[in-house]
Design a protein around this ligand. Structure first.
Ligand SMILES: Nc1nc2c(ncn2[C@@H]2O[C@H](COP(=O)(O)OP(=O)(O)OP(=O)(O)O)[C@@H](O)[C@H]2O)c(=O)[nH]1
Ligand SMILES: [Mg+2]
Length: 187
């Protein structure tokens, strides 16, 4: 697929409307946001690292010149430093609140962690803002089929959840289908 990095935002005020529908990938550092962008769109454009906090700016990519995906810096890496938390909050919250074309925020979480306090807080906040969201449980290659089916059964937000692995590409088609459906609903 044709993927272009169109902008890295250090501050949300640098954001300019691209005229295209947008999707954002949010979640804890290390949850697999950048890896997912590479796997979904068959590219190596997003930087991936074992060290949490690799993505520190909001990176906007255009996909086939049809829609935009935003790779958000993960929450968690900023924990050690008050200034960093303030900066992260104003960057990510400013973008989510102000982007008029942001259709869906995907909340990624490692399937072995599931939905923790941070994810629930984000879900509540997106509810207040009336923003559409979906959940993606990542790294499903790390658990057995049996464990995965137990997790699916216990997931109270199962209807809003995708199950994905960047390694095996499981879940890729479902997510791509969702993106395409949302794009055509906006035409
Ligand atoms: N086994 C497995 N490892 C994964 C998967 N997705 C990501 N990883 C690994 O998890 C680590 C973090 O991945 P990233 O994609 O950089 O995570 P991120 O959410 O973008 O992290 P930040 O940029 O720090 O917010 C890397 O070592 C990846 O190789 C997956 O589906 N399966
Ligand atoms: Mg990243």
């Amino acid at each position: 697929m044709k993927v272009n990095l169109i902008k890295c935002l250090y501050n949300s005020s640098e954001y300019k409307d691209t005229g295209l529908i947008e999707f954002a990938f949010a979640g804890r550092s290390n949850s697999g946001k950048s890896s997912m962008i590479n796997t979904l769109f068959n590219c190596h454009i997003a930087k991936v690292s074992k060290t949490p906090g690799k993505t520190r700016t909001i990176n906007l990519y255009s996909i086939e010149e049809k829609y935009i995906v935003a790779d958000l810096p993960g929450y968690g890496y900023a924990n050690v430093n008050g200034e960093m938390i303030k900066h992260w909050k104003s960057l990510v919250e400013g973008y989510i609140e102000n982007s008029k074309r942001l259709d869906t925020i995907f909340i990624l979480t490692d399937v072995r962690r599931g939905l923790d306090n941070e994810e629930m807080m984000l879900i509540d906040w997106l509810g207040i803002l009336k923003k559409n969201y979906r959940i993606i449980f990542t790294k499903i290659d790390k658990i057995s089929k049996n464990e995965l089916s137990i997790i699916k059964n216990n997931n109270t937000l199962h209807n809003l959840t995708f199950y994905f692995s960047s390694l095996t590409k499981e879940g890729r088609q479902e997510i791509l289908k969702y993106l395409v459906a949302r794009c055509s609903s906006k035409k």
